[in-house]
Write a protein that binds this ligand. Structure first.
Ligand code: SF4
Length: 214
C-alpha cells in the first residue's frame, strides 16, 4: 500500500476527549466498517449503508490531529482509533505511527474479531488496546452480535501474551436482555484466567428503540 493512500474511511473526528477512550487528552478518529452487528450498537453510522465518510491519508489525519500536539504531550494522550472496527485499518495505523513517532499514545478500540494478521500489525504500532469482548459465552455473543467469538478470544490471548496485560483494557458489559450478572461474572473469571488484569465492568443503558431479545 502506498504511503499516501487515502484509505481511512473517517466518519468523525472528535477532539479534546478525556477519560473515555484512553489516557490523557485524546482525539477519536472513528472509522467506517464493522464485522459485527450488535443489537444495541451505539454507532450504527459506522456500518450502515448510505453513511457519508471521507477517505483520508495518514498524512491528512496526522495534520488534523497535530493541532492538539501540546495537549497530547502534556497529558500522555494521543489518538484513539475507533469505529466501527479500528483494526480493519491496522495498516493505516502503522503508517500513522510512522508519521507521529513515539510521542503520542495510540489507542485502538476493537472487538478483536478481525483476521489475526491485522492484530499482529496492530501490535507493532498501538500502545493500548481497549477490547470490547461483549460476553465470552459463544451463544450469548452470537445472539448479541450475529457472529462467532472464537477468533476474538484467540486474538485476545495473543494480544495479552504479546503486549502484556497492562496494555489491554477489556470491557465486560452486562447487556440487559442478553446476559445476566452471573454470565458477566463468568466472562470476567475466564478473562482473568487468560491473564487479563484490567477489566471494565459496566451495564449497557437500554434505549427504548432497541429491539427486545428474540
Ligand atoms: S462492534 Fe461496535 S460498531 Fe460494531 S456493531 Fe458492535 S457496537 Fe456497533
Amino acid at each position: 500500500m502506498a504511503n499516501d493512500a487515502a484509505d481511512y474511511p473517517l466518519v468523525a473526528l472528535l477532539r479534546h476527549r478525556m477519560g473515555v477512550d484512553g489516557a490523557g487528552v485524546t482525539t477519536l478518529a472513528a472509522s467506517f466498517g464493522c464485522p459485527l452487528r450488535c443489537r444495541m450498537c451505539l454507532n450504527p453510522q459506522c456500518w450502515r449503508e448510505g453513511t457519508r465518510y471521507t477517505r483520508v491519508t495518514a498524512r491528512q489525519l496526522y495534520d488534523m490531529a497535530r493541532v492538539d500536539d501540546l495537549y497530547f504531550q502534556a497529558t500522555g494522550g494521543g489518538v484513539t482509533f475507533g469505529g466501527g472496527e479500528s483494526l480493519l485499518h491496522a495498516d493505516f495505523i502503522r503508517r500513522f505511527r510512522a508519521l507521529c513517532g513515539g510521542a503520542w499514545r495510540l489507542t485502538a478500540e476493537t472487538s478483536l474479531n478481525v483476521p489475526p494478521e491485522r492484530v499482529r500489525t496492530a501490535l507493532e504500532c498501538v500502545d493500548e488496546f481497549i477490547v470490547d469482548i461483549k460476553d465470552t459465552d459463544p451463544d450469548i455473543y452470537r445472539r448479541y452480535t450475529g457472529a462467532d467469538n472464537a477468533r476474538a478470544l484467540d486474538n485476545l490471548a495473543a494480544v495479552l501474551a504479546a503486549a502484556g496485560p497492562e496494555r489491554v483494557l477489556v470491557r465486560v458489559p452486562l447487556i440487559p436482555g442478553y446476559n445476566t450478572e452471573a454470565d458477566a461474572e463468568r466472562s470476567a473469571g475466564r478473562l482473568r484466567a487468560m491473564g487479563a488484569t484490567r477489566l471494565d465492568r459496566f451495564t449497557y443503558r437500554v434505549m427504548p428503540e432497541w429491539p427486545a431479545r428474540e
